[in-house]
Design a binder for this molecule. Sequence first.
Ligand code: DGY
Length: 321
Amino acid sequence: MEKDRIFITRKIPEHLLEPYTDMFDFSMWENEEEPVPKDVLFQEAEQADGLICMVSEKVDKALIEHGKRLKVIANVAVGYDNIDVEEATKRGIIVTNTPDVLTETTADLGFALLMATARRIIEANKFIAENRWREWGPFLLAGADIHHKTIGIVGMGRIGEAIARRANGFSMSVLYHNRSRRPEAEKYIGAQYVSFEELLERSDFVVSVVPYSKESHEMFDKQAFAKMKKSAIFINISRGGVVDEQALYDALKNKEIAAAGLDVFAKEPIGSDSPFMALDNCVCLPHIGSASVETREKMITLALENVKGTLCGEGPLTPVK
Ligand code: DGY
């Protein structure tokens, strides 16, 4: 019997594929760094029964229409705004993501970014790299305290909760805003539910963990930054599309807020010519929220299990609802 054909849009380690090679014929874009070119992606999708893709691939209506044999699209990410889920569902194609396995790793990065931004870690390292350290100074590279401050988490899903647990360890007060209240999180994390406006007004750190959707599109806009404290630090580890980037740039440049730490951008990748890179009060990272070796391996394995579950009839482990 002919094996189902799976296309993987990036080079992934052989040892992760090994347990599945008896079941499937794999082909993959043999490059870890560069995304697959569009024409290759279209050609491969046409032949494939399953597609394993990354956040960098736009799986839109045109690609889905082209993938006539496709039965499953397995995203190696928890967010799936890169996929036209509605179109896939209309065509009976299962879409899956990789929740849970990346929760703690992404929260680690969120907190690392928050700390790096508040305590000016990147600037401080650059200071030495540029040979500018002459003397110890009482306010040399002095940043903001983190402990005992108020953190406002926008989007209290699994990652939001994991950030709140870390904030508890720093004796922070935790505010959150979410589409619906999370009484169990309130109980065991001691988080207080507030409106979006109140969260913006009261928080020392505003952390965006909200998934990107039509509703969250540019929810952090000029008005939102204007409501924040002048000393507020904004952290975004969800998706760039939730921010009006021009408004954020203006708020940082005009010191309407103190600083920002950004792991995600509306259009990725950004380069050294990004206006954000020219600001001392902005720390930029190249979308590495879940990027630990252990977690990336778990995400890829979960995507493979989702493909297996779908094509072998047991059902996927983590379908997008
Ligand atoms: C996700 O899982 O959505 C991340 O952004 C990818 O690292």
